[in-house]
Design a protein around this ligand. Structure first.
Ligand code: HEM
Length: 457
């Protein structure tokens, strides 16, 4: 796979007991970028009692993209997660050939069409939350973005807006991820009655949606994620097994809720901090809603907004690493990594390297616009949705939701970052969430468009 093995893998010296656990929790990407600069593309790192080899940099991304399927597994990290949702054959828990086959079966369910065909309804759902926002200080923007996204994912993927379930979904998914993937909570948290109730409600929501689809109770409804799962066939021509179908139907909530909601909340901060940038984006957002419900074409014209969201995903990627385990010894950049070694693939480290993104600490949407288009300079440098066989299946859906929701909120409100708020702090557990984010809704810029207000009645 690479040149001759020459060296011992360098080790990052962390604190006694914690290792690098606290730094990784509070500044995951910054810590990995710093260690990458000191130690190179391969280094050992300890977080509490977990020992990782980190792969970081553009070459590492290319290596993982090319070789993951033949020498790495996700099973140790996601199988338990899948089991808690009813099936160990959860997409993220599969590797190699089995993963490739299942991903191909599930791919149609993640088609961007599921959101682009419902643009008006998705805007009406954004308004449901916007209408409750009011002017003044917003102390927990993430609560609002979560509610918007959970409503929209519920509609587009199972024909059931799920905003009323936001607390249950948040508790169930974050507890599962923290116990089984991040391991920042002990397994006993899975016995907490509050978690068990939340998970039961989430599973019931998904089961009822599947039942409605099976019983044809949705005359005239647009095709959605669950229709695609019910229509899917295994290579033997069989329908999906019920437990696998049910676990898979949770996929959009599990993978899409916190990632999109947190990115949207962070984007509002990043886009509204600079009044000149905000004014440009507001003008683009107004144009999206000027001539009737938003369309793919009207969203496409919001070019600076799209670039600003790409810059948000560069600067504040909410999932900047993924975990893997080697299934056999691998060689990379002159190092040999043994079989059975846990890896941290730090796919977003290139985002913050001067050689790929000049002045990386500056938030500059123009770097994604012609003529700069810095992300296109070479493969492997821009990867907010990861690299390799498990690259995000919902990236197209995420792009549309982020663009639509950011445009709608900028059209409806003037949003400002209070001067007393310090630099944005994140907490990674495992998805990055804003810790200290506060926004001011200064005034309503426009009422809900008539076509949206009509849909609310
Ligand atoms: C800003 C938003 C999002 C980000 C940053 C993001 C990021 C990621 C990352 C890094 C992975 C790889 C995880 C791993 O290998 O361990 C992933 C996988 C995945 N994502 Fe996303 N995601 C986002 C939104 C979504 C949405 C909205 C959906 C669905 C509607 C979705 C569905 C999936 C699925 C199904 C996988 C598993 C793919 C596989 O195992 O083959 N994601 N995502």
């Amino acid at each position: 796979m690479s040149a001759t093995v020459v060296s011992e893998i360098p080790e990052a010296t962390g604190r006694w007991f914690y290792g690098h656990a606290l730094e990784l929790r509070d500044d995951l990407l910054g810590t990995l970028v710093r260690l990458h600069r000191q130690l190179g593309p391969v280094f050992r790192l300890r977080a509490m009692n977990r020992n990782f080899v980190v792969l970081a940099g553009a070459e590492a991304n290319m290596f993982v993209a090319k070789h993951e399927a033949e020498c790495m597994t996700t099973a140790n990290h996601y199988r338990r997660f899948g089991r808690e949702l009813g099936s160990e054959r959860f997409l993220l828990a599969l590797s190699g050939e089995e993963h490739r086959i299942v991903r191909r079966i599930l791919r149609p369910g993640y088609s961007k069409d599921h959101v682009t065909k419902r643009m008006l309804d998705l805007t009406i759902l954004a308004e449901r939350t916007a209408a409750r926002l009011g002017t003044g200080r917003c102390n927990r923007p993430l609560d609002h973005t979560r509610r918007i996204v959970v409503d929209q994912l519920g509609l587009a993927l199972g024909d059931r807006p799920a905003g009323h379930m936001v607390r249950d979904l948040e508790r169930a998914i974050s507890t599962l991820l923290r116990v089984t993937v991040a391991r920042s909570l002990p397994a006993v948290a899975l016995w907490d009655p509050r978690f068990r109730r939340a998970r039961a409600r989430m599973r019931n929501l998904v089961r009822c949606a599947i039942e409605d689809h099976r019983n044809g109770r949705r005359a005239g409804a647009l095709r959605d994620h669950i229709d695609d799962l019910l229509a899917a066939r295994t290579p033997d021509g069989e329908p999906l097994a019920p437990d696998f179908l049910e676990a898979s139907a949770h996929g959009p909530f599990v993978a899409g809720l916190d990632t999109v909601a947190s990115t949207l909340a962070i984007a509002l901060y990043a886009l509204c901090r600079d009044p000149a940038l905000r004014a440009r984006l507001e003008a683009e957002a107004d144009a999206v809603f000027a001539d009737g419900p938003p369309t793919t074409a009207s969203l496409k014209r919001a070019k600076t907004l799209h670039a600003a969201l790409m810059e948000t995903l560069r600067f504040y990627p909410v999932t900047p690493v993924v975990v893997r385990t080697t299934t056999r010894p691998i060689e990379f950049e002159g190092y040999e990594i043994p079989a059975g070694q846990d890896l941290l693939v730090a796919h977003c480290v290139p985002h913050m390297l001067e050689e790929h993104f000049p002045d990386p600490e500056a938030f500059v949407p123009e770097r994604f616009l012609p003529p700069r288009e810095e992300h296109r300079a070479r493969p492997g440098i821009y990867a907010p949705f990861a690299v390799g066989p498990h690259t995000c299946l919902g990236a197209g859906i995420a792009d549309v939701l982020l663009l639509l929701d950011a445009a709608y909120l900028l059209h409806r409100f003037e949003i400002a970052v209070p001067p007393e708020m310090g630099p944005l702090a994140l907490r990674y557990d495992p998805v990055a969430m804003p810790r200290n984010l506060v926004l001011d809704v200064v005034r309503e810029r426009h009422p809900a468009p008539a076509y949206v207000a009509a849909g609310l009645e």
